[in-house]
Design a protein. Structure first.
Length: 182
């Protein structure tokens, strides 16, 4: 019997790992689609045109933010429905359901704000989109995998716990991937 319990735990770890991998890939498309619109808008001076037409600056940014949050909430809802339909037990057992739901809800505004801030680093929309996708995939999955491996090894566990994970918390995709995994 102890062997079957260990096998169930291992299966749960693999299921969580694969689910986080696929979520990191899917969620890497969100900031890359958002950043393209922001860079094109800045390139074409669309904000200036809106302000000249009489739209206040706060109304302009709040409307953009509201539309982006609504688009994200549709994605988060569909993600949670998929978790329920495919019965991913590691996200649904015990208190995991509430934690998973809260992570998905709070991830959206953090990701949108981070994307708005990083949009100022780019001049062209295509370069911004490609870089943001690769960077999001890297921070969402590769850093989560690195922290997982560093936690397993005894010599690097404290460095991961007390140093690296705090630095990586800057990136929203790392937070949601690592939060869902743990």
């Amino acid at each position: 019997m102890p062997f079957t319990d260990d096998l169930k735990v291992f299966k749960g770890i693999v299921d969580a790992f694969l689910a986080c991998f696929f979520l990191a890939i899917a969620y890497a498309f969100i900031p890359s689609s958002l950043i393209m619109f922001l860079v094109v808008e800045r390139e074409n001076n669309a904000k200036h045109l809106q302000i000249v037409s009489g739209v206040s600056l706060t109304a302009y940014w709040y409307s953009n933010l509201l539309v982006d949050i609504i688009k994200y909430l549709i994605v988060a809802t569909m993600t949670f429905i998929c978790i329920l339909v495919y019965d991913i037990r590691v996200f649904l057992d015990g208190h995991s359901t509430g934690a998973s739901l809260l992570l998905l809800i709070f991830f959206g505004p953090a990701l949108i704000g981070f994307t708005y801030l990083t949009s100022f680093l780019f001049k062209g929309p295509s370069g911004a989109q490609i870089f943001t996708f690769v960077f999001s995939l890297f921070t969402g999955f590769i850093l989560m995998l690195a922290c997982f491996i560093l936690r397993i090894l005894n010599g690097t566990r404290s460095a991961s716990f007390y140093f690296l994970e705090y630095i990586f918390r800057i990136f929203p995709l790392f937070n949601v991937s690592f939060g869902l995994y743990t």
